[in-house]
Design a binder for this molecule. Structure first.
Ligand code: TYM
Length: 333
C-alpha cells in the first residue's frame, strides 16, 4: 500500500474549502492507502496566534477530522509537535534548501507582506512541510491547489538530500488534487481561507449557514430577480455542484439562466443541502466532544505510531550524514 501524508493547521475551524479540497480525499484514501494525517501546530505558530487558544484549537481540529470520517483504525491521526522528529528533520533540510527558493514561494510573499517584521519561521515554513512528509517517506500528498508550489520544493529538497547523502532514500512525493482544487470564499474570488474570514465552517448550525450564505456574492449580472444569470460565473453554483444532487444542479442552472427564480431562493436550497450534509458530522462531533478523553487517547496512540516510524527515518538520516551515534543506541544502516 502506498503511503499518504497530509496536514492541516489548527489555526481555526475546519471549513468547506479544507473539506472539499483535501479532507474528503483523505477519508476516501483510508481504504486503499496507508494514511497519516497530521495537525500541524508548529506551522500554525509561524503567524500571530493566541497561545491560550492553541491547545483547544488543536483538539477541536482533531474532533472535526474524526467527525468528518478520519478513522483511527485505518489511519494515523496525530499532532505534529507530539513527534519531535518533525523539527529535527526540518533543521537537517534547512542545510540543503536554497534561501532563494524559499523567498520565491508565493505563500511566503503574501504572508510576509502582511507583517512588519518577518520571522525566519515563516520563510522556513515549506522546509518543515517537507520534513512532515519525508519523515514518513510518503509518496502521495492529497492537498488543495495552494500547496502545489510547496510540493515542488519538497521534491527538490528530497533530490538534494539524496544526491548529497544517500541516493534513492527519500521518495519524491506527488500531490493529489481533488476535483475541488480551489474553493472560493463567500466574498467572491479570493480563496476560501481562515485568515480572510470568508469561510463556512463544517460544524456550522443550519441558521448560521443561512446567515453566511444569504449575503454571499453571486453572478454580478443578476442585479434584480428578473436579470438572467450565468451559473458559471456564480461561486454558489459551484458549491451546488458539491452539495446538491445532480437533478437539483441542472434545475439551478436552468432557473438561473432563465431568471426563473431569484438568487435568494437558490441560496435557500443550497443552505438546506449543506445543512443536510453537515448534520451527521455535527452529531459525531458533539458525541466526541462529550468524551474528550477518547480524543486524547486517539491522538496519543497516533503519536506513538507516528513516532516509531519517524525515529526509524531519523536514525537512517543521522547514519547517512555521519553523526556520532549515542553509545549503545541502536542505529539502522
Ligand atoms: P491548510 O491548513 O491551509 O489547509 C489544509 C488543506 O486544505 C486545503 N485548502 C483548500 N482546498 C481547496 N480550496 C480552498 N479554499 C482551500 N483552503 C485550504 C489546503 O490546500 C490543504 O490541503 N501547509 C499546509 C499544511 C501542511 C501540510 C503538510 C500539507 C503542513 N505540512 C504536509 C500537506 C503535507 C496548510 O497550510 O494547509
Amino acid at each position: 500500500m502506498a503511503r499518504v501524508f497530509s496536514g492541516i493547521q489548527p489555526s481555526g475551524e475546519l471549513h468547506i474549502g479544507n473539506y472539499l479540497g483535501a479532507v474528503r480525499n483523505w477519508v476516501a484514501l483510508q481504504d486503499t492507502h496507508e494514511c497519516l494525517i497530521c495537525i500541524v501546530d508548529y506551522h500554525a505558530i509561524t503567524q500571530a496566534y493566541e497561545p491560550e487558544l492553541l491547545a483547544q484549537r488543536t483538539f477541536d481540529m482533531a474532533v472535526s477530522l474524526l467527525a468528518s470520517g478520519i478513522d483511527p483504525a485505518r489511519c494515523i491521526l496525530f499532532v505534529q509537535s507530539h513527534v519531535p522528529e518533525h523539527t529535527e528533520l526540518s533543521w537537517v533540510f534547512t542545510t540543503v534548501t536554497p534561501i532563494g527558493e524559499l523567498e520565491r514561494m508565493t505563500q511566503f510573499k503574501d504572508k510576509s507582506q502582511r507583517q512588519e517584521s518577518v520571522p525566519a519561521g515563516l520563510l522556513n515554513y515549506p522546509v518543515l512541510q517537507a520534513a512532515d512528509v519525508l519523515l514518513y517517506r510518503a509518496e502521495i500528498v492529497p492537498v488543495g491547489e495552494d500547496q502545489l508550489q510547496h510540493l515542488e520544493l519538497m521534491r527538490e529538497i528530497a533530490r538534494k538530500w539524496n544526491a548529497r547523502y544517500r541516493e534513492g532514500f527519500f521518495p519524491e512525493p506527488q500531490a493529489m488534487l481533488s476535483q475541488a482544487r480551489r474553493i472560493a470564499g463567500l466574498d467572491g474570488d479570493a480563496k476560501m481561507s481562515k485568515s480572510l474570514g470568508n469561510t463556512i465552517g463544517l460544524l456550522e448550525a443550519p441558521d448560521r449557514i443561512w446567515e453566511l450564505l444569504r449575503p454571499a456574492k453571486t453572478d454580478p449580472a443578476r442585479v434584480t430577480k428578473k436579470d438572467p444569470g450565468d451559473p458559471e460565473k456564480c461561486n454558489l453554483y459551484s458549491l451546488h455542484q458539491y452539495f446538491s444532487p445532480p437533478a437539483t444542479v441542472r434545475d439551478v442552472a436552468a432557473k438561473c439562466r432563465s431568471a426563473g427564480w431569484g438568487c435568494l431562493e437558490c441560496k435557500r436550497v443550497l443552505a438546506d443541502n449543506m445543512a443536510a450534509e453537515f448534520a451527521p458530522i455535527r452529531e459525531r462531533a458533539a458525541a466526541l466532544k462529550a468524551q474528550p478523553e477518547r480524543v486524547h487517547e486517539i491522538l496519543a496512540d497516533g503519536a506513538r505510531r507516528a513516532h516509531a516510524m519517524a525515529r526509524e527515518t531519523m536514525d537512517a538520516v543521522r547514519a547517512a550524514m555521519g553523526f556520532l551515534p549515542i553509545q549503545g543506541a541502536r542505529v539502522r544502516p
